[in-house]
Ligand binder design. Structure first.
Ligand code: GCO
Ligand code: MG
Length: 403
């Protein structure tokens, strides 16, 4: 079998998605996600100019060799654009192999370690009361794990709060980044109040999670983790930007609140120290940003030695294709933790027919060969690319902030 053609399809059925379609001379094809939210066209150029010409005529069964060729062979290693391009190709190749073998991807990986994949979904409120209401509603809908966020009173709503902004695509279609306001000293005492109220209302049966979006320093994160201990969070996510991996030692020394990290990581080298020193509990790498199925498998196997569990990033901007790849890896991976699932717009579901499905608090892989996700190119053509950015955060004095 040979790779005959590779197409890159860009469409925006709610969010911009970059989808790779690898077509073989035998008519089999595979699909991969290569989306980098807010920087989509950079991956398109990388694929079209520098990757695709090198792959035409190659054997699509040689997944590992192609991965190494694109990683080591490029000289310029790592980085979100390179790794998203590799991820899209890798996912599509695993899809082809699954179709050729007539096996779902989780079978190719070694078979199922579980029947269904635990997910968490998001609730964001302008006030504590609003967030509590949202959590109660999701719990009643059968969710077993819920991420809770709240706006800071007196400041405009921040990302992930208000009307669940990260699910409201209008915010991301304003042409240029919107600017949000941040105040750590108001946030730090607020979050424990939210979780106190949540535990009083929903008890301890449901898992509760919180995402800090990289906005704190290690000592602030340590304080927050400590204050949240009575409320037994499933995890505290992205407490601090993690370029400085050893910075997490400080947080770890002070709190038993479990820590999750890694949605922006691209390779094992971004988390090698965090994992081997057991500074985190959950590694959030996802198929589209960390080297596809091949990359995830390598990182999760390494993490298993150190009691670190998988927790693939799964917001709306990780396409249903990457979600398919994630769910198959989740079904196999022995050290599975949880899968994030934010849901998609109707148009996104329509554009990507998929065999995975949601059953209350779980995702099911389905039994279609490969990762079981396709792309309807006619639907894609109805939703052209629109430039869109995530917001930017500034402190109240104007200082640019991490988020
Ligand atoms: C999450 C994330 C997302 C990201 C988004 C960026 O935990 O789901 O933090 O909300 O911010 O995916 O592209
Ligand atoms: Mg996050």
């Amino acid at each position: 079998m040979k790779i005959r053609d590779i197409k890159v399809i860009v469409a925006s059925p709610g969010r911009n998605f970059v989808t790779v379609k690898i077509i073989t001379d035998e008519g089999l094809y595979g699909i991969g996600d290569a989306t980098v939210n807010g920087r989509e066209k950079a991956v398109v150029a990388y694929l079209e100019e520098h990757v695709i010409p090198c792959l035409i005529g190659r054997d699509p069964m040689q997944i590992e060799d192609i991965w190494q060729y694109l990683y080591k062979g490029a000289y310029w290693r790592r980085g979100p654009i390179t790794m998203a391009a590799i991820s899209g190709i890798d996912m599509a190749l695993w899809d082809i192999k699954g179709k050729a073998a007539n096996m779902p991807l989780y079978q190719l990986l070694g078979g199922a370690s579980r029947e269904k994949v635990l997910i968490y979904q998001h609730v964001g409120g302008l006030t504590i009361e609003e967030t509590v209401e949202g959590v109660v509603a999701l719990k009643e809908a059968g969710l077993e794990a819920i991420r809770a966020q709240v706006s800071i009173p007196g400041l405009p709503p921040i990302y992930g709060t208000g009307k669940a902004k990260d699910q409201d695509s209008d915010v991301f279609r304003q042409g240029l980044p919107t600017e949000e306001v941040w105040a750590t000293h108001k946030y730090l005492p607020l979050v424990p109040k939210l979780f106190e109220k949540l535990r009083d209302t929903v008890g301890y049966d449901v898992h509760l999670l919180h995402d800090v979006h990289h906005r704190l320093t290690p000592i602030e994160a340590a304080r927050l983790g400590k204050d949240l201990e009575p409320f037994r969070l499933f995890w505290l996510e992205d407490a601090v930007p993690a370029e400085l991996q050893e910075g997490f030692r400080l947080i770890r020394q002070h709190t038993t609140t479990p820590l999750a990290l890694g949605e922006i990581f691209n390779t094992i080298w971004d988390c090698q120290q965090l994992i081997s020193e057991q500074l985190i509990d959950y590694i959030r790498v996802t198929s589209v940003h960390a080297g596809g199925v091949t990359g995830l498998r390598r990182i999760f196997d390494f993490a298993s030695i150190y009691h670190v569990r998988s927790a693939c990033h799964g917001p709306m901007d990780v396409s249903p294709v990457a979600m398919g790849a994630n769910v198959h890896v989740d079904r196999w991976v022995p050290n599975f933790g949880i899968q994030e699932y934010s849901g998609y717009t109707e148009a996104t579901h329509e554009m990507f027919p998929h065999s995975w499905s949601q059953d209350k608090g779980y995702l099911l892989t389905g039994e279609a060969p490969g990762h079981g996700v396709d792309i309807d190119e006619k639907v894609a053509a109805k939703y052209p690319y629109e430039r869109a950015y995530l917001p930017v955060a500034r402190a109240t004095d104007g200082t640019l902030w991490s988020w």
